[in-house]
Design a protein around this ligand. Sequence first.
Ligand code: URP
Ligand code: ZN
Ligand code: ZN
Length: 473
Amino acid sequence: MTTTLIRGGTVVSATGSAPADVLVDGETIAAVLQPGSTLLGTDIAALVDQVIDATGKYVIPGGVDAHTHMEMPFGGTFASDTFETGTRAAAWGGTTTIVDFVVQYPEQRVLDQYQAWHAKAAGNCAIDYGFHQILSDVQDESLKAMDELIAEGVTSFKLFMAYKGVFLSDDGQILRAFQKGADNGAMMMMHAENGAMIDVLVQQALQAGNTSPYYHGLTRPWQAEAEATHRAIMIADLTGAPLYVVHVSAKQAVEHIATARDRGLNVFGETCPQYLYLSLEEQLGAPGFEGAKWVCSTPLRSRAEGHQAHMWQSLRTNDIQMVSTDHCPFCMKDQKEMGVGDFSKIPNGIGSVEHRMDLMYQGVVSGQITKERWVEITSTTPARMFGLYGRKGVIQPGADADIVVYDPQGHTSLGLHKTHHMNMDYSAWEGFEIDGHVDVVMSRGSVIVDSSGYIGQKGHGRYVPRGLSQYLV
Ligand code: URP
Ligand code: ZN
Ligand code: ZN
C-alpha cells in the first residue's frame, strides 16, 4: 500500500478552489489538508512513500467520460480503439473512468451482450470502467433484462430514434422501455434524431448525385434533432422516467431540454467537444472526401446558425449539464473510406477520448466557463449523473484516488504526430493548441501518467458497478 502526498497545488472542485495538500493511502484519498500540514510536528511529506509536487498546478478529480464506444461493431466495421488502446489514450488525457455502451442488436440477447462486453474489457483497461446498455429490440426479454442489469450496476439504457433496422425503436417500444425505467429508477438515454425524416433526405440527396460528406450534415438537419428531442421529452413526461439526451448539437434541441427542466422534469443533456469547436461549414465541408473525418451523428452544425455559441452558453446556464466525447473512432483507411461516393456508408463517429479534459480546459482559458465548471462538467456531474459520485468525481476522504495534476501554464498540441495515442490514422483535432497540460494522472492511487509518459498497466482498470443516478430532483 503506497502513501502519496500531492502538495503545493490548488484543489479545484465543482464548488470552489483552494490551496490544499491531498494525502492518498493505497487506492483512496485519506485526507485533504491545509497546505504544509504536519503530524505531531513532523512534515507529512517525510512520512509518506512518495511526494508529488503540484506547486502552481491544479489538482482535480480524474475525468469521467460517460460516453464511449470501444470496439463497437457499427456501420459495417468496428470502432478502431480496443478497451486497451482507448483507455490508455483516455489516461494520457486525464480521464480516469469511462462508461462504455454495451450494444444489443436486434435478435441478440441483452444479457449475452453484457457478458460479451465484460469479456472484451476485463484485464485490458488502463482505467476504471462502467457500462450503459443499448437496447435496439425492446420486447419482454429486454425489459426483464433491465432489472437484472441494474442489479449488476448497469443503471442506464440507451435507445435510438434513428438507424432503422439497426438500432431504431418505435415510439411504442420507447414508451415501454421508459415505463420500465420509471419503475426501476434507470436513467433512459436517447439518441434523438428523427430517423424516418433523415432516411428520406439521404435517399433524395444520393439520387440527386450529392454524395460527399457535407451532405451527411445537410440530411440530418437540426429540425430532425429538435423534433426527436421533444418527442423523447414527451414520452419521459408521460411515463415519469428520467431522460438523458446524448450528443446534443442543435440549439433548438437545447431549448426543448431547457423548457422541460423549467417545468421540473428530470431531463438532462450532454454535449461533446465536437459540437463546441467544429462546424458543418469548416469540417464537414472540407474539400473532397476530407469531411469524412468528422462524420458523426448528431452531425456537426452550422456555425452561422449559432449552435456552437449556444452550446457554450447552455453549459454556463446548466441547460446542458455535462460534456462527454461520444468517442467512436474509425480510421480513414478502409473504414471512413467505405463511404467514398456515398456519404451514407461512412461509419459515424469521432475519436476524442484523449482530448476532452484539454479541450474543455481551453474553454476556461477563453472565458467560456470557470475552472470549477470545467471540473463539474467533465468529472463531478458525470459521476453524479450515472451513480458513481463519492467514489469518482470528487476529491474527498474515502473517494478513489483518481486525481489529475493539471498545469495551467503548460501547453498541449493536439494532432496525430503530437499527443495522439488513440488507434486512429488521423486526428479530428489536428492543429488545436491547448493552453494547459495534463502533468500527472493517478488512478486508484497508482500514478499512471507522469513526465515520462504513460507508466500504467493493462488490467489495472476495474469494472465499477454503478448505483442509480444521484442527479435526480
Ligand atoms: O456518430 C456517432 N455518434 N457514433 C456513435 C454511435 C452513437 O450514436 O452514439
Ligand atoms: Zn447516438
Ligand atoms: Zn455514442
